[in-house]
Structure formats: structure tokens, C-alpha cells
Design a protein around this ligand. Structure first.
Ligand SMILES: [Zn+2]
Ligand SMILES: [Zn+2]
Length: 148
């Protein structure tokens, strides 16, 4: 996991470079994405911020997330059911482990995947641009609550 403070500084610098106003809302969204605890959805980010910013709309959060995605500073994880989750802490392709019960998403530490990309390129002759590597299962918390 990247240092959230470093990621926050990088994101703020990106806004600055693109001459975008550093509004308190925008900075608060950047802070949540820099940490990306649990890979939040736009709705979850909005839930976290609406108490502080009562005038902020869901559309504002959505717009800023898409903006950061276009800068390459947020990785979007989309799912067949139409839900999208975001990772601004590690905005490059990396493996995810997803709980099918509660929707928890975690990043496993799997450095071997870099070698795998090389292997796949060598094997197929493809120039690999990106990858998607999702593991689906049941998280520890959901396993425990099943037992009760
Ligand atoms: Zn779970
Ligand atoms: Zn992630």
C-alpha cells in the first residue's frame, strides 16, 4: 500500500497542474481516495462527506472521481451488476480479493504478478497494456458470522 499522504500530495498537485480549483470538497474527496480504505464506491465517498459538506451532491463526487480516473490517479473496478469501486491508493492494475457476501475488497501483496505479466507477454507475443485479476470468495468476517 502506498503512503496515503504521498498519494494525497500527488493528487492535489495534479489538480493544481490542470488549473482546477482546490475546493474543500475536492480536497476531501482526494483525501478519501488517497487512502481508498476498502475500495469505496462513489456513494460511499458521498456518505462519508455529506455530513461535513451539506450542499455537496453525489454528482460532484462522481465528477471528481471520473476526473481523477482520467488523470490515471484512480483505478476503477467495475462489476457486472453495475457497481463501481475505486482505488486511488494504488491507481495501477493490481490483483483484488472480493467478498461475494459483503463486497469487501482487499489488495493482496502479490509481487509475483509482475513476472506473470512478462510471462504472458512472452507466451502470447502480446504487448500487455493492462490486466484484471480478481479473486472472489468469502471474507473472514463473513465466515465467522456464518458460524454463529
Ligand atoms: Zn465479507
Ligand atoms: Zn486495490
Amino acid at each position: 500500500m502506498a503512503n496515503p499522504q504521498d498519494r494525497y500530495a500527488i493528487i492535489v498537485e495534479k489538480f493544481r497542474k490542470k488549473s482546477l480549483k482546490l475546493t474543500p470538497q475536492r480536497l476531501a474527496i482526494a483525501k478519501i481516495l488517497a487512502l481508498s480504505k476498502g475500495h469505496p464506491s462513489v456513494e460511499e465517498i458521498f456518505e462519508q462527506l455529506k455530513k461535513t459538506f451539506s450542499t455537496m451532491s453525489l454528482a460532484t463526487v462522481y465528477r471528481n472521481v471520473l476526473l481523477l480516473k482520467s488523470f490515471g490517479d484512480v483505478l476503477e473496478l467495475s462489476f457486472p451488476d453495475g457497481s463501481n469501486r475505486y482505488d486511488g491508493n494504488r491507481p495501477y492494475p493490481h490483483p483484488h480479493v472480493i467478498c461475494i457476501k459483503c463486497g469487501a475488497i482487499v489488495d493482496p501483496a502479490l509481487d509475483a504478478l509482475k513476472d506473470l505479466t512478462h510471462l504472458v507477454a512472452k507466451e502470447t507475443g502480446f504487448q500487455i497494456l493492462t490486466h484484471r485479476f480478481d479473486f472472489f470468495g468469502i471474507c473472514r468476517r463473513c465466515q465467522n458470522s456464518d458460524k454463529k
